[in-house]
Structure formats: structure tokens, C-alpha cells
Ligand binder design. Structure first.
Ligand code: GA4
Length: 330
């Protein structure tokens, strides 16, 4: 990533004047070891579409191993990282996000969660010991997927829908179309001179999948939008995970849960590294409100679509677009 000089930085369209936000202490915290977590998860999904998970059971060793592999990768020379690109749709990307002109102060690796097909193009850039990266990735993804499934089962319980694996079975399916993302937001010291202005690391958007599980280092940057449209900053916590409701879960719950709009602002002094698991259904899966979530007489807000149809349409959009609009019943 190049370091920009002061005049150059002002030219970038990802500089914004956002109203300063405060760190929000109201973000729900779900303790997975507590018996009432099912109801608290439902409440958090209804009010925020977002919550923090503690006592998650993911071994610290898996987190630190993968984080250090990620740091090693992002420290490689650009020319070497670019051998794993471009991200169309998977691979190494730098500043450019998606296919339709979005940019951010970020570099990233987008990977499939299937360890066997994740392979050659990416692993070739991991130099001497690509196996180390592959096994760190596999340990981490398996443990995080297990935790995500536990959360989804508690969610189904809290919603009183049967069977309790209605959501989690989609992530466990061998054809599950889940993705994994490693993001690196380099520090941006030049911003200090531009008082009150922000650098967009990753522009506002909702995630298309069912559930996203994010872990970051202790650098701030993540913000979520509340139901009233106000943005709040999420205090970083490297020992916890943050869960986002995705668009598909919004549809399956007929809008009872809403996918959360979120964005990341670059930090002036510290690098932010995040690792996100996006749990998605198989491509052929039909997405529609579950009959058991509909109250008597409640109409479905969405037309049925397959995950493949949704993805095809999502890749034609810009990050900030409302991707569900197209599938709403009028
Ligand atoms: C947002 C969530 C995930 O990061 C992602 C992103 C994907 C990409 O970076 O290629 C998308 C974006 C995300 C939503 C709309 C499309 C696709 C960029 C974009 C403009 C990997 C995903 O699944 O959807």
C-alpha cells in the first residue's frame, strides 16, 4: 500500500466528513455460557441486528495463529500479494471492493471456506510454509463455524422454531456457499492534518449471507447504524466476536431481524486487522420467510429466490445499495 502525501490524500473520494460518533456501551453482549442467551440473542437481532459474543469457546490459539499468518501475508511486497489477485470474486484485493467502483482504504484476501478448494493461487504466495497458513485457516474456520451454528440454534430456540437447526444446517451443508475475509486497514497518519475528516476503510453496507462472525485486533474503526439511522462506534475487543445479521436471515425471519448496516473507518495511527466468516447457504437453496416465523395471517414481505439468484443480483450492486429491494413483494 502506498503512503500518500497530504495533497494527494485530499483527492480521494473515500475522505468524508462524518459526524463524530461516540463509543456505544449499549451494544448487546451475549454470554454463550448463560442459559437465557437464546432470548437475549433474539432481542439483540430485533433491536440491532448485531451483538458481541463472549465465552464463545473458540480457542485463543486458533485466533492468534491465523492472525499472525494474516499479518505475515499483508507484510509481503505488493507485487507478491498481487499474485493472489484480483478478487474476481475471490483473491487478493487492494482498495477496490466488488466489481462496480467501490473503493476503501483497505487491502484484503477473500477466500472460500472449503480448505481443499482454497488452494494454489493463494497458497503460492505464502512462501516457505503454505501448509501452516492452510491449517491455521482450517482450524479457525471450523471453530468459528461451530460457534456460529450454536448461535443460530439458540436463535431458532428463542424464536420457538423447529427444528432448531433450520439455520445452522445451511452452514453445515457440504455445498454451503460461505466465504472468509481477511482485511487489513493500514494506518492513515495524513488524516490527522485534515481535522474532522474520516477515511473510509470499508463503505457502509449490509452483508448478503445469513450470519457474519467478525473478530478484529484492538484497533477501532467498526461502526454500525442503529434503527433510527444514527451511527455508533463499536469499541474493539480482540477477545470477543461480533455477529451481524445478514440479508438472508432478514428474509427468512420476514424482517423480524434486520441485517445491520455497518462500515469501517481507517485509524490514523494503528493498523486494523479483521477476520470475518460469512455463513451462507448452498447456491441452490431457496430463500424465503420460514412458514413457522409467520404469525397467523402475516404475509411474506419477500418473493422467494435462490441464493444463486440473490448473489448474481448482489454482484451488480454498489456496496451501499439496498440489495433486498429487488426481492420485496409490492
Ligand atoms: C459484503 C460482505 C462480504 O465482504 C462480501 C462482499 C463482496 C465483495 O467484497 O466482493 C461485495 C459485498 C459483500 C456486497 C455487494 C457486492 C459483493 C462487494 C459488492 C459491491 C465478500 C460479500 O459476500 O458481499
Amino acid at each position: 500500500m502506498v503512503v500518500l502525501s497530504k495533497p494527494a490524500i485530499e483527492q480521494y473520494s473515500y475522505i468524508r466528513n462524518y459526524i463524530p460518533t461516540t463509543f456505544c456501551s449499549a451494544i448487546p453482549i451475549i454470554d454463550l455460557s448463560k442459559p437465557d442467551s437464546n432470548h437475549l440473542i433474539v432481542k439483540a437481532c430485533e433491536e440491532f441486528g448485531f451483538f458481541k459474543v463472549i465465552n464463545h469457546g473458540v480457542p485463543l490459539e486458533f485466533i492468534t495463529n491465523l492472525e499472525s499468518e494474516a499479518i505475515k501475508f499483508f507484510s509481503l511486497p505488493l507485487s507478491q500479494k498481487e499474485k493472489a489477485g484480483p478478487p474476481t470474486p475471490l483473491g487478493y484485493g487492494n482498495k477496490s471492493i466488488g466489481l462496480n467502483g467501490d473503493i476503501g482504504w483497505v487491502e484484503y484476501l477473500l477466500l472460500t471456506t472449503n480448505p481443499d478448494s482454497c488452494s494454489h493461487r493463494f497458497l503460492s504466495v505464502f512462501g516457505e510454509n503454505p501448509e501452516k497458513f492452510r491449517s491455521a485457516l482450517q482450524d479457525y474456520i471450523l471453530a468459528v463455524r461451530k460457534m456460529a451454528c450454536e448461535v443460530l440454534e439458540l436463535m431458532a430456540d428463542g424464536l420457538k422454531i423447529q427444528p432448531s437447526n433450520v439455520f445452522s444446517k445451511l452452514l453445515m451443508d457440504e455445498k454451503s456457499d460461505s466465504v472468509f475475509r481477511l482485511n487489513h486497514y493500514p494506518p492513515c497518519p495524513e488524516l490527522q492534518a485534515l481535522k474532522g475528516r474520516n477515511m473510509i476503510g470499508f463503505g457502509e453496507h449490509t452483508d448478503p449471507q445469513i450470519i457474519s462472525v467478525l473478530r478484529s485486533n484492538n484497533t477501532s474503526g467498526l461502526q454500525i447504524s442503529l434503527r433510527d439511522g444514527k451511527w455508533i462506534s463499536v469499541p474493539p475487543d480482540q477477545n470477543s466476536f461480533f455477529i451481524n445479521v445478514g440479508d438472508s436471515l432478514q428474509v427468512m425471519t420476514n424482517g423480524r431481524f434486520q441485517s445491520v448496516r455497518h462500515r469501517v473507518l481507517a485509524n490514523t495511527l494503528k493498523s486494523r486487522v479483521s477476520m470475518i466468516y460469512f455463513g451462507g447457504p448452498p447456491l441452490s437453496e431457496k430463500i424465503a420467510p420460514l412458514p413457522s416465523v409467520l404469525m397467523k395471517g402475516e404475509k411474506s414481505l419477500y418473493k422467494e429466490f435462490t441464493w444463486h439468484e440473490y448473489k448474481k443480483s448482489a454482484y451488480k450492486t454498489r456496496l451501499a445499495d439496498n440489495r433486498l429491494e429487488h426481492f420485496e413483494r409490492i
